[in-house]
Design a protein. Structure first.
Length: 280
C-alpha cells in the first residue's frame, strides 16, 4: 500500500490506474477510523479494482475551533487499519497542500444546506462541498462511499455531483451500530463511560419514532414530543435539533405521507452526536 501526501504524486498514481483501465473506489475520511469506516472500505474493495482512502481533517468544515482541536487524531494507527483492509493507496495531505497560501475559492450550495445541521453549523457544508470537490478532482474515483449516519452530507454530495456534472457514482451505505445501538462515530471516543451510557438515548428516541410510525401515527409534532421526552429524561444531554423532514428535499414535514427522515443532533456533555432513521 502506498502512503501518499502530495497531490502531484496522487495524480500520477491515478493516471497509472486509469491507463490500465482499472476502477477506483474511494472512501474519504477525517481519520479516527471505526467499524463504520471499515464497512465502507470493504464494500469499495469488493466493487472496484483499486481502493483509495483519504485521511484529512478538514478545518473548513468545523464551525467551532475547539471541536476541530479536540477531534480525535491517530494517523499512524489509521494507516495500519487501512493497510489491513488491503487498500492500494492512502492519501494523507497536510493543510498547506490542500489549502495553499492565497487559496480563495469555495464551493457553496443552497437549499439542502439550509436544514438540519446546516441551520446550526454555519459554513459547515461549504467546507464539505469544497473539500469533496477537491478530493474528487485529485483522485477521480469511479465510486465514492459514504455512510447514512451523515444523511444530509450524502444528500448534499449527491446534489453536488449532479449539479457539477462530476463523473462519480455516490454510494450511501447503511449506518453501522454498536451492539447496544449507538451509531459508530469518531466522536464517540470523546465520551467518558457515563456519557457513553447516556448516549443510548439517541437511538432510543429514534426507535420510539419508528414504533409510533408503525402504529400509524403520522403527525410529526406528536412523534417529536415523545422523542424530546426520552432525551430530556437523560442527564447531561442537550438537544441541538430533532427534525422530521422529506427524505429527498430535507424540508420539514407536519405529517408523514411518504419517505421521511427522522434526524437528531444531541450534545452529550461536550460532544455533539448525530443519528437518523428513515420511515416509509
Amino acid at each position: 500500500m502506498e502512503v501518499i501526501t502530495k497531490i502531484d504524486e496522487m495524480r500520477t498514481r491515478v493516471l497509472s490506474v486509469k491507463d490500465r483501465k482499472r476502477s477506483i473506489g474511494f472512501v474519504p475520511t477525517m481519520g479516527a477510523l471505526h467499524n463504520g469506516h471499515l464497512s465502507l472500505m470493504r464494500r469499495a474493495r469488493e466493487e472496484n479494482d483499486e481502493l483509495v482512502v483519504s485521511i484529512y481533517l478538514n478545518p473548513t468544515q468545523f464551525d467551532k475551533n475547539d471541536d476541530f482541536e479536540n477531534y480525535p487524531r491517530q494517523l499512524d494507527k489509521d494507516i495500519e487499519i487501512i493497510r489491513n483492509e488491503n487498500a492500494d493507496a492512502v492519501f494523507t495531505p497536510c493543510t498547506e497542500e490542500m489549502y495553499p497560501d492565497g487559496f480563495c475559492t469555495h464551493v457553496t450550495q443552497d437549499k439542502l444546506t439550509d436544514a438540519l445541521c446546516g441551520r446550526v453549523r454555519p459554513g459547515h457544508f461549504n467546507g464539505v462541498t469544497t473539500i469533496v470537490t477537491k478530493l474528487f478532482n485529485i483522485i477521480e474515483p469511479d465510486r465514492a462511499y459514504f455512510g447514512q449516519k451523515d444523511y444530509q452530507q450524502c444528500a448534499v454530495i449527491k446534489r453536488l455531483v449532479t449539479d457539477m456534472n462530476m463523473d462519480v457514482d455516490i454510494q450511501v451505505c447503511p449506518t453501522v451500530r454498536e451492539e447496544d445501538g449507538l451509531a459508530f462515530s469518531s466522536r464517540n471516543k470523546r465520551l467518558n463511560p457515563e456519557e457513553r451510557q447516556n448516549a443510548l438515548c439517541i437511538y432510543g428516541s429514534l426507535l420510539k419514532a419508528g414504533d409510533m410510525f408503525a402504529s400509524d401515527i403520522r403527525e410529526t409534532k406528536e412523534i417529536i414530543e415523545e422523542m424530546i421526552s426520552i432525551i430530556k429524561k437523560t442527564k447531561h444531554t442537550k438537544i441541538d435539533y430533532i427534525s422530521i423532514v422529506n427524505a429527498n428535499t430535507l424540508e420539514d414535514l407536519s405529517s408523514i405521507n411518504g419517505k421521511a427522515l427522522v434526524a437528531v443532533a444531541i450534545w452529550i456533555g461536550n460532544t455533539r452526536l448525530i443519528d437518523n432513521i428513515i420511515l416509509e
